[in-house]
Design a protein around this ligand. Structure first.
Ligand code: SAH
Ligand code: SF4
Length: 399
């Protein structure tokens, strides 16, 4: 029987696993803290555990992170890891330091089935859901790598915020997501407050309600359009859960949310959704409805999209209409450009072994990294991920 990876468990799960083997809950808690407070990758050094228990754990369990294909550091301090998740899939995780906080952008899936028109992950199609262990391994690795790199004092935390804004639609991987969120929030885990953990969704309405019930962290909703016709085109999921349903779900979520507003992300696409008329429609849609703020994201182009980034003038004019109507509005700032973490694209070919490739006639595609950007103001930075074959990723590193 293969060893059990303890990174897959939230604390309750670890207690259950220990109990199933006749071990006491407080032992599970000790091990949990070794893993998530101290970054233990093995059992030998768990000095407060009796030797027989350590030996048993060594035989039965592992603490198995992900292998790092690349780690790149920007001159602005942004760090980007490309992790191998097997079978040619890779996901990215990005550490974005800012004056008041250090944010980690985490991936939830290899690829994404949502097929948003402006998103390179969407263009790649869906490969698979990440497991809880793979989601947590990104945080576990980044936290302890950054503690070492930043030379922090023992116990001092490197990461203050997590945003589920990497590759994939987190609410389409709900079963794996929720235990991972619980570890982020757990004082014996990463001890982050619910306000400092953000789930970003393209609008999976039933799962917004479930998240409200199970683990209400901060919510960001990728809106991108002020009416159903345009949103149907940009975010195909809108055909299943149109704006009226999505906004109703946001309103319900606010009852449970740790913040008293919903953040709407809006990717600014030249001539598509960035006209003053669109801003006015947004105002009409949301005025007197519920507390929300806008986060305008300059589009990061990729070759197959056929879309262009809005001009700074259009973004400014659009923002002004929202601000004049009383909405807090921020524009995201690009980060990590020199490591292709922002506006950058993963150079080199990336394998595309998804069904969508077949649908496109099987051409191979050069798959870019989605952009990594940080916001100017108070909401969480956006970052992104790449799905790459191991070989392609290595070529990227060497090239
Ligand atoms: N699937 C989730 C979270 C991951 S995408 C979601 O869609 O919300 C995180 C954010 O990046 C989303 O707001 C998404 O719209 C945005 N994004 C995707 N592709 C982009 C691009 N090419 N340029 C700018 N932002 C992009
Ligand atoms: Fe998936 Fe989000 Fe990209 Fe849409 S924007 S394809 S939901 S990752």
């Amino acid at each position: 029987m293969s060893a059990t990876n303890l990174l897959q468990f939230d604390r309750a799960g670890l207690v259950d696993w220990f109990a199933a083997h006749g071990e006491k809950p407080f032992r599970a808690r000790q091990v949990f803290r070794w893993i998530h407070h101290k970054g233990a990758a093995g059992f030998a050094g768990m000095s407060d555990l009796a030797k027989p228990l350590r030996s048993w754990l060594e035989a039965e369990a592992t603490i198995q992170g992900l292998s790092v294909l690349t780690e790149k550091r920007s001159s602005d301090g942004t760090v980007k890891w490309l992790f191998d998740v097997g079978a040619g899939d890779a996901v990215e995780t990005v550490f974005i330091p800012e004056a008041q906080r250090n944010t980690l952008c985490v991936s939830s899936q290899a690829g994404c089935a949502m097929a948003c028109r402006f998103c390179s992950t969407g263009a790649q199609g869906f490969s698979r859901n990440l497991t809880t262990a793979e989601i947590l391994a990104q945080l576990w690795h980044a936290e302890f790598a950054m503690r070492a790199q930043l030379g922090l004092a023992p116990g001092e935390r490197a990461i203050s915020n997590v945003v589920m804004m990497g590759m994939g639609e987190p609410l389409q991987n709900y079963a794996a997501l929720v235990p991972a969120l619980r570890v982020m929030l757990d004082d014996d885990g990463y001890g982050l407050s619910r306000r400092r953990v953000t789930v970003s969704t393209s609008g999976v309405v039933p799962m917004i309600d479930r998240l409200a019930a199970d683990c209400p962290v901060a919510l960001a909703v990728s809106l991108h359009a002020p009416n159903d016709a345009l949103r149907d085109d940009l975010v195909p999921l809108n055909r299943k859960y149109p704006l009226a349903e999505l906004l109703a779900a946001c309103e319900r979520y606010l009852v449970h949310a740790p913040r008293d507003f919903i953040t709407f992300e809006y990717c600014m696409l030249d001539g598509v959704n960035d006209q003053p008329e669109h801003a006015r429609q947004l105002v009409e849609l949301l005025r007197n409805r519920f507390a929300c703020k806008f986060n305008l994201i300059p589009f990061n182009p990729f070759p197959q999209s056929g879309l262009r980034r809005s001009t700074p003038q259009s973004v400014a004019a659009f923002a002004q209409i929202l601000v004049d109507a009383g909405f807090v509005t921020t524009v995201r700032k690009t980060r990590g450009e020199d490591i292709d973490a922002a506006c950058g694209q993963l150079a080199g070919d990336v394998q595309d072994r998804t069904t969508r490739k077949a649908a496109r006639g099987g051409q191979s595609a050069t798959q870019p990294v989605i952009p990594i950007v940080a916001e100017l103001a108070s909401s969480p930075p956006h970052a992104t991920v790449a799905r790459a074959s191991t070989v392609a990723a290595r070529r990227f590193l060497e090239g």
